[in-house]
Design a binder for this molecule. Structure first.
Ligand code: B12
Length: 186
């Protein structure tokens, strides 16, 4: 059973820098809930919407270089990506470059990550297999306290020897009012 977390309380550990990265979905409801949620817990949160809707143009090398450069300069502790199948290959390319540049913990969530979790774990360190709010709150608490995350409920995790740890699902969020409203202000 996962720990009960008060989403409005300050994070249990140190303040982290978290980059939220989404693809071709400027109004991603997932990211726009995660942003105020992590901010209200005291983290330094940066949301990057790469790129705008429905262009369906493959990003140029320069586009990709720019986002990698931005994230490298931010030096985040955690990069959290929302991945639909349409932009899986892009997420994989960026993850490899971000890991090589600053080696944050990279967690993927969203429908593609839930559907092809094993494959996604060849790129990401952690895959969230359902709702992300309490997962991100607990993950940032743990990293901020220097505690491991291999047994994080609701996630599959790649261990040091490359094996996949399949943790049990998390309970569905019963009280949706505990979540901050999606922040569409930026
Ligand atoms: C709304 C919606 C849209 C809207 C998005 C508008 C907006 N403001 O976001 C619009 C109409 C633009 C849209 C477009 C498309 N969509 Co659409 N869409 C949906 C829909 C109905 C809901 C998604 C949503 O916002 N849910 C609410 C949020 C809060 O939930 P969520 O995204 O699931 O996120 C939760 C978890 O997944 C998790 N999570 C998500 N990301 C992350 C990241 C991390 C790090 C963590 C820890 C957790 C996590 O936590 C979140 C909160 O608990 C889904 C179907 C569904 N029922 O899920 C299809 C769906 C996502 N869409 C789909 C598709 C195919 C498309 C299009 C490609 C259609 C097309 N041919 O053009 C386009 C792509 C657009 C693009 N730019 O990429 C597919 C994706 C399939 C796939 N394998 O990727 C889905 C699943 C529908 C389906 N069953 O086929 N879509």
């Amino acid at each position: 059973m996962e720990a009960a977390i008060d989403l409005t309380a300050p994070a249990a550990g140190r303040r982290l820098r978290v980059v939220l990265l989404g693809f071709y979905n400027y109004q991603s409801h997932a990211l726009r809930i995660f942003h105020p949620l992590l901010r209200q817990r005291g983290h330094d949160v940066h949301s990057i919407f790469f790129k705008n809707y429905f262009t369906y143009f493959v990003p140029t090398q320069r586009d990709e270089d720019m986002v990698v450069d931005l994230i490298t300069r931010l030096r985040p502790d955690v990069v959290a990506m929302s991945v639909w199948s349409t932009y899986y290959a892009l997420a994989a390319r960026l993850t490899a470059r971000i890991k090589a540049a600053v080696n944050p913990v990279v967690i993927w969530g969203g429908i593609h990550a839930q559907t092809y979790s094993e494959d996604c774990l060849t790129h990401a360190d952690i895959v969230c297999r359902g709702e992300g709010e309490y997962v991100l709150a607990e993950l940032t608490d743990r990293i901020g306290q220097g505690v491991g995350y291999h047994d994080l409920a609701g996630c599959w995790v790649r261990s040091h020897d490359g094996t996949i740890i399949r943790n049990p699902p998390r309970q569905l969020i019963a009280d949706l009012d505990a979540l901050p409203p999606a922040d569409l202000s930026f």
